[in-house]
Design a binder for this molecule. Structure first.
Ligand SMILES: Cc1ncc(COP(=O)(O)O)c(C=O)c1O
Length: 394
């Protein structure tokens, strides 16, 4: 008879039979999986066999999220990662090697600029910033060594939009691929692959999770595109975690309901704040004043525009800082896409990597506030944000 320690480990490792399938995908909180032979493990590690070997490579809870996201984005394949940045890192590096060039939006999530400076520059990859709301400017920026054009469906934080279909067409004509960060739109409002993009990433930390309680990312596209990016994610150690994948799956179930409410709340706030005391401008694709309003109508679902606003305060940076101190309902915090309204000051947080000149070029002023409209009662949000804006000058 084996000793107590041996029996305890064996006894506590028995996976229960579950003849009735659980309604929710379980959290497979295991780093490793038992195999029958060295051959089986070797094949699993090469993805030559269905199944799982080690959770840095794959895990059943990750696989459930990958299947769900692939279906909702209309993608052949998906690989989930530990963060949105791990997804962007894996995807971008899979397209580029030393000497190549990446075209990015001038108004882009600051993490992409951080990636360019701290990782891509070391790898000898050059980055060119361009106004991606103008397809002709993107065409002009594509050079001999350009391999990938990076777009954000709705830019962080300005809400400028890219014409994914037009840019994909002109990039493909030059043999250049297009990758889209669809985080602000979510798979509910837009499916960039159907518009011609080659790859999509999400920070699942945002709308897909939806509750400010996980970090995660996803890469979507053809099996070939996702397979190449997956190799980089695995080797760089950017894997997802089973609990985070479980939370993202739970979030997905209410994504539609949340996006509808985020969109109607954001439109109500945008309309109320446009021209309100203390407010110089409101950037929101659902407003007729937005430069890409017609594009938003064409590419986002059912006239909705999501929950992200760029609020330009009349009093500049000082007003921006004061605005954040005055909030009673909205929370001053970075991140976005959650049930609670989150406000941040991009110039000192998500876009701190930008110089003043880069901020100006990207259409980001030092006084801009990024507002991620949550699911609270719209009247309370309008009152809170209008009051804070009006009080910034006093
Ligand atoms: C548009 C966008 N893409 C990617 C990211 C990075 O996501 P994560 O923080 O999950 O790495 C963010 C984070 O704010 C974002 O706003």
């Amino acid at each position: 008879m084996p000793g107590f320690a041996t029996r305890a480990i064996k006894a506590a490792s028995r996976v229960p039979a579950a003849p009735q399938p659980p309604v929710n995908v379980p959290i497979y909180q295991t780093s490793t999986f038992e195999v029958a032979s060295a051959q089986e493990l070797a094949e699993l590690l090469e993805f030559a066999l269905p199944g799982h070997s080690y959770s840095r490579y794959s895990n059943p809870t990750h696989a459930a999220l990958e299947d769900a996201l692939a279906e909702l984005e209309g993608a052949e394949a998906c690989h989930v990662t530990g963060s949105g940045m791990a997804a962007i890192h894996g995807l971008v590096l899979s397209f580029l090697r030393s000497g190549d060039e990446l075209v990015i939006p001038r108004a882009v999530y600051g993490g992409v600029v951080g990636l360019a400076r701290s990782v891509l520059a070391r790898a000898g990859i050059a980055v060119r910033s361009v106004d991606t709301s103008d397809p002709a400017a993107v065409g002009a920026a594509i050079g001999e060594r350009t391999r990938l054009v990076w777009l954000e469906t709705i830019s962080n934080p300005t809400t400028a939009m890219a014409d994914i279909a037009a840019i994909s067409e002109l990039a493909h004509a030059r043999g250049v691929a297009v990758g889209v960060d669809n985080t602000f739109a979510s798979p509910y409002l837009c499916n960039p692959l159907a518009l011609g993009a080659d790859a999509v990433v999400h920070s699942t930390t945002k709308y897909i999770g939806g509750h400010s309680d996980l970090t995660g990312g996803a890469i979507l596209g053809s099996a070939e595109v996702v397979g190449a990016a997956r190799e980089i994610v695995i080797n760089a150690g950017g894997n997802a975690a089973p609990l985070e994948a479980f939370l993202a799956l739970r979030g997905l179930k209410t994504l539609e309901l949340r996006m509808i409410r985020h969109s109607s709340n954001a439109l109500a706030v945008a309309e109320a704040l446009e021209g309100a005391p203390g407010v110089a401008a409101v950037g929101y694709p659902g407003l007729a004043s937005h430069p890409q309003h017609a594009l938003a109508r064409r590419t986002l679902r059912d006239g909705m525009s999501g929950g992200m606003l760029a609020l330009e305060l009349a009093g500049g940076r000082a007003a921006g800082e004061r605005f954040l101190d005055l909030l009673q309902v909205a929370v001053h915090a970075t991140s976005l896409g959650s049930v609670e309204t989150l406000c941040s000051h991009p110039a000192s947080s998500s876009h701190r990597q930008f110089s003043d000149a880069e901020l100006a070029e990207g259409g980001l002023s030092a006084g801009m506030i990024r507002v991620s409209i949550g699911l609270e009662d719209p009247e309370d949000l309008v009152a809170d944000l209008a009051n804070a804006a009006a009080s910034t000058g006093t």
